[in-house]
Design a protein around this ligand. Structure first.
Ligand SMILES: Nc1ncnc2c1ncn2[C@@H]1O[C@H](COP(=O)(O)OP(=O)(O)OP(=O)(O)O)[C@@H](O)[C@H]1O
Ligand SMILES: [Mg+2]
Length: 378
């Protein structure tokens, strides 16, 4: 796997190797331990915390000893898409020129797919012209092939909750049966909708119940991220104080994607020294750029949902959504209305539920920029 260099030391999309990756040491160790013990893992967190990054980081580290496959199934809608995504991921996981790579190519070609090439990246795309029933057999064949390889396989399926959307209702049960039989393949099932993932893997009446160990990914510790930020600016001969790095982390709620996004922009827009004024100007500019998008939220939400979203954004972390105080302060109608709006806002990924260190549940807005934008309004 050839890794290119990012434009700044703070990429906000993709994985560029350990040098640009902050921490996650404990989590990586846990995953390595699970894999060596033949245990599959369910990796969950709210969105944009760094699940995909962690999987890539892990696979980068163990790639010499394992065949590492990564597939994101978010774009798939049925078992045939799933088959195509799996086959494409398998084909792209190992270079064709290697021994195993050549074997994989040969095997996939025996299944007679159509292979096309991505016009931008040039990477191959596999698609099968089959009926849903046949797709299951093909998936079994692909996994059986991997099962026979000398090297063990780490197969990461990202956005796994997507299979719940397939019209084929037996998918979970069927997949569980196959997965259970594999000895040479360890899976990482990752998902960004914690409630759906918990339902699939922690509900005793569901096929995947207790088939994996859970790894809940939390935010990176602020002090660790702070050191990382200092290091990256210093390496590039830019001066930044601990205080300024902490201000950036506080403003972005230490939410990985937003930290990267802001640091990236600050990096580009600064000379030798990064000051509070510089990062605040950059942040302000980012909010202005997003204004149309934020106002657009109003059009896709009902009046009640929009009001609740704004209220939660203003609060930052909201604990008692249906308390008299909160409902009155933001004139939200009744607790029942709040609960109804809450449900759709959660479903549409506008807000998320988290627990603090004391185990108390709170709600926050996903989009840190939206939260800050609202907070700046009258
Ligand atoms: N440990 C890290 N250090 C530095 N950057 C990171 C780290 N983890 C993730 N990132 C960056 O943050 C961005 C968001 O992370 P990532 O896509 O992994 O989150 P995710 O939890 O998979 O999000 P989603 O739920 O939306 O799929 C990534 O594009 C990556 O650039
Ligand atoms: Mg992801």
């Amino acid at each position: 796997m050839k890794i290119e260099k990012p434009f700044t030391p703070f990429p906000s999309v993709g994985y560029f190797g350990p040098e640009y990756f902050c921490d996650r040491e404990k989590e990586t160790e846990t995953l390595v331990g699970n894999i060596k013990g033949g245990q599959s893992t369910t990796l969950v967190s709210i969105r944009r915390i760094g699940k995909t990054g962690l999987i890539k980081h892990l696979q980068h580290r163990i790639r010499k000893d394992f065949i590492c496959i990564y597939v994101d199934i978010l774009p798939t809608e049925n078992s045939i898409d799933f088959l195509n995504a799996l086959a494409t991921a398998i084909l792209n996981s190992v270079p064709e020129k290697t021994n195993i790579g050549a074997k994989i190519w040969k095997f996939i070609q025996t299944l007679r797919p159509v292979i096309s090439y991505d016009s931008l990246s040039g990477s191959p795309n596999v698609s099968f012209n089959v009926q849903p029933k046949e797709s299951e057999r093909h998936i079994e064949n692909l996994l059986a092939f991997l099962e026979q390889q000398e090297k063990p396989v780490v197969f990461a399926i990202d956005e796994f909750q997507q299979i719940l959307e397939y019209p084929e209702k037996n998918m979970e049960a069927w997949l569980r049966t196959i997965v259970q039989q594999l000895k040479n393949i360890v899976f990482i099932f990752s998902g960004s909708q914690p409630h759906l993932m918990h339902e699939m893997f922690a509900n005793p009446s569901k096929p995947f119940f207790r088939s994996t160990v859970f790894l809940q990914l939390e935010k990176i510790e602020a002090s660790v991220y702070q050191k990382f930020i200092l290091q990256k600016f210093t390496d590039a001969k830019k001066e930044i104080s601990e205080k300024v790095a902490l201000e950036i982390l506080t403003w972005t709620n230490v939410h990985t994607y937003f930290v990267q996004l802001l640091c990236n922009r600050v990096f580009v827009n600064s000379e030798e020294k990064v000051t509070t004024e510089i990062w605040q100007n950059v942040a302000q500019k980012m909010l202005e750029e997003q204004q149309a998008l934020f106002l657009g939220y109003r059009n896709i939400l009902t009046g009640e949902q929009w009001k609740l979203l704004k209220a939660i954004a203003k609060e930052g972390q909201t604990y008692l959504l249906t308390s008299k105080n909160f409902v009155q302060k933001y004139t939200l109608g009744s607790p029942a209305t709040v609960l109804r709006s809450l449900k759709s806002l959660q479903k549409k990924s506008f807000i998320y539920k988290q627990f603090d260190e004391k185990g108390n549940a709170y709600y926050s807005v996903y989009d840190v920029l939206f939260q800050r934008w609202i907070q700046n309004q009258y």
